[in-house]
Design a protein around this ligand. Structure first.
Ligand code: HPA
Length: 273
């Protein structure tokens, strides 16, 4: 059997020995959303380090665990902390959690992240519904022998972000008077922030926001037949768009500030999935 799939199966067996819960929705919590699980009726928790072979993040503020529980009636699993390609992991490890959550039963993947705004009409703190994506200079996570058990060799990516789920999120934002932007998310590898020229490149390519996660996760999930949706917290205007240099602290501060609104949007949307 393919080594990559074998590793996912090993993680699956390891989780199943400890947790019997079957989630419908998988939610990846981006910067600032670490406390989201306070909103769910928790049934089980597993530190990433307890799952044999599961990638463990090295970034401060991304300490990781899987949290299983109910949001209203919806059984879900939350990923508190994710690993990024820039940490040096193989791209197949970066997307292992998506494949694992699919095997655990999740049909829907809700991706969240922090990003830099490339669209000049955006402001720091805006929330952006991800309508499409550009994976830029990041290794495609499907490179290697195709995992037939998960999906097809050449998966269609016409609609990575599910229109129905996106409509639910948009309607929820409207109901709660949340100003939700929409746009294309472009993933670069990081970990350096972009140069102003790279931000111009991203804009010319059609991006509205730029970040260091998510696109590869969405590709792997779509390949595995999950329905995907995503919202990004635009934490800053990207490099060169203001006078200010960028810092991780500034991004985290903006993400923390936007968290209550972001949490509300997630909570109310997922209840309707
Ligand atoms: N660039 C890339 N990733 C980010 C940014 C940015 O400006 N802000 C938050 N995440």
């Amino acid at each position: 059997m393919d080594k990559v799939y074998e590793k996912v199966l090993r993680c699956y067996e390891c989780v199943r020995q400890k947790v019997k819960f079957v989630p419908k929705v998988a939610l990846v919590l981006g910067s600032g959303l670490g406390d989201f699980a306070e909103n769910i009726q928790v049934e089980a928790e597993l530190s990433y380090s307890e799952i044999e072979g599961f990638p463990v993040s090295t970034v401060p503020g991304h300490a990781g665990k899987l949290i299983f529980g109910y949001l209203g009636e919806v059984p879900m699993v939350c990923m508190k902390g994710r690993v990024h390609f820039y940490e040096g992991y193989d791209i197949t490890d970066v997307v292992l959690p998506m494949r694992l959550m699919k095997l655990l039963g999740a049909e829907i993947l809700f991706l969240t992240n922090a990003s830099g705004g490339v669209n000049a009409s955006f402001a720091a703190g805006d929330l952006m519904l991800i309508t499409d994506q550009i994976s830029c200079f990041v290794k495609n996570p499907l490179i290697g022998p195709n995992i037939e058990e998960l999906g097809t060799r050449f998966p269609d990516m016409t609609e990575i972000y599910d229109k129905e789920l996106s409509a639910v999120i948009k309607n929820t934002a409207k109901e709660h008077r949340i100003n939700l932007k929409e746009g294309v998310y472009l993933q670069l590898t990081g970990p350096s922030f972009e140069s102003p020229a790279e931000v111009r490149m991203a804009r010319i390519l059609g991006a509205d926001a730029v970040g260091m996660s998510t696109a590869v996760e969405a590709i792997a999930a779509k390949h595995a037949g999950m329905r995907v949706c995503g919202v990004s917290c635009v934490c800053n205007l990207a490099a060169g768009m203001t006078e200010n240099p960028l810092s991780h602290e500034e991004v985290q501060e903006a993400a923390n500030k936007a968290a209550p609104l972001f949490t509300g949007l997630l909570k109310e949307s997922i209840k309707k999935f």
